[in-house]
Write a protein that binds this ligand. Structure first.
Ligand code: FAD
Ligand code: NAP
Length: 311
């Protein structure tokens, strides 16, 4: 049994920032990293909007944050929490193997996961031409045509990144304007390797057997219902993210598709002593810097909660 004043579940910007503040408050925090140590930024390339650093690779930024948390005195565990019991106090979390954590406060920083289209053919070719991570899988499609689905920052960044490998990138979006930041849109429209298919919905991913692989897509023009077949070898789905709330969805109040509810201007959830920070609670901003800010708030609030317990 590992006992702590502050158990931080998740090692993205929210988790590591909470760890820095928690350690400096002498709460001896434990950070459980989960299956994606460093979180979502580990699957991107340049980060250009982390204040104070003009440009840094996502994985490097997260290594810096991990080092900072450790230097401050946080313990970082390469473990995954499988069960969290918030109905008893101190709170109990079960990790992989026999690891059990007993905590007087919990900072939930489990972030978000990629959404999928929900097509049967998408499932069939996942890992065989269908991916949600351009930095992980882009290299496999050197010299090929690649399709990217979505119209947000992730889709546009992935489309731009994939031009390093592809002969052509087709961005397929369901509307006729993008949600992505203007600076990214500008780069997209200037890139001659990228073609945008507006008002299009993917109906099916086409492929071959033996070996399993993608050959193309059927898209429907939303306005005319006309179906078109496009040839491509890779399909990158970039249609947003959903909060990773599996541990708490039956214990904490959630809204707007599963985001954990916190009090106004606070990270306090519906259970005292449990705080939520970053993409698990934030349906609005979903940025690294806002996640880090909430991690700071969560640690400060956890410290006050622990101090009250001692009175
Ligand atoms: P995440 O980064 O999602 O981390 C969640 C953590 O929780 C992970 O470490 C995971 O392992 C852990 N976890 C989950 N479940 C468990 C469990 N059961 N047990 C233990 N641990 C668990 N934002 C920007 O500001 N600038 C950018 O340039 C930028 N680029 C992006 C590029 C891409 C491709 C993507 C997908 C996102 C990008 N974002 C960017 C958004 C940014 O990455 C997120 O807003 C931010 O990472 C959220 O941080 P977080 O700490 O809430 O969670
Ligand atoms: P997002 O902003 O939610 O965008 C998702 C996109 O996918 C939208 O264009 C949406 O279309 C489309 N979409 C959603 N469901 C779909 C479906 N079923 N079929 C087809 N298209 C669908 O998600 P994101 O791009 O992953 O970004 C997530 C967060 O991370 C955002 O807050 C973003 O700012 C942040 N982020 C930041 C950076 C950066 O700062 N450089 C980089 C990446 C991500 P509609 O537009 O029609 O809704």
């Amino acid at each position: 049994m590992k006992k702590t004043n502050m158990l931080i579940i998740g090692s993205g910007p929210a988790g590591y920032t909470a760890a820095v503040y928690g350690a400096r408050a002498m709460l001896n925090p434990i950070v459980v990293q989960g299956i994606q140590p460093g979180g979502q930024l580990t699957i991107t390339t340049e980060v250009e909007n982390w204040p104070g650093i003009k440009e840094i690779q996502g994985p490097d930024l997260m290594t810096n944050l991990e080092d900072h948390a450790k230097l401050a005195g946080a313990k970082v565990e390469p473990d995954v929490i499988n069960k969290l019991d918030l109905r008893q106090f101190p709170f109990i979390a079960h990790g992989d193997g026999d690891n059990i954590y007993e905590a007087k406060s919990v900072v939930l920083a489990t972030g978000a996961q990629a959404n999928w289209l929900g097509l049967e053919s998408e499932d069939k070719y996942k890992g065989f031409g269908v991916s949600a991570c351009a930095t992980c899988d882009g290299f496999f499609f050197r010299g090929q045509v690649i399709a990217v689905i979505g119209g947000g920052n992730t889709a546009v960044e992935e489309a731009l990144f994939l031009t390093n490998f592809a002969t052509k990138v087709i961005l397929i979006h369901r509307r006729e304007s993008l949600r992505a930041e203007k600076i990214l849109q500008d780069r997209l429209f200037k890139n001659s390797k990228i073609e945008v298919k507006w008002n299009c919905a993917v109906k099916e991913i086409l492929g071959k057997e033996n070996p399993l692989g993608v050959e193309g897509l059927v898209v429907e023009d939303i306005k005319t219902q006309k179906l078109t077949t496009l040839s491509c070898k890779g399909v990158f789905v970039a249609i947003g993210h959903s909060p990773s709330n599996e541990l708490v969805k039956d214990q904490l109040r959630t809204h707007k598709g599963g985001y954990v509810i916190t009090k106004n201007n606070s990270t306090q959830t519906s259970i005292p002593g449990v705080f939520a920070a970053g993409d698990i609670t934030d349906f609005k901003y979903r940025q690294a810097v806002t996640a880090a800010g909430m991690g700071c708030m969560a640690a400060l609030e956890a410290e006050r909660f622990i101090s009250e317990l001692k009175k």
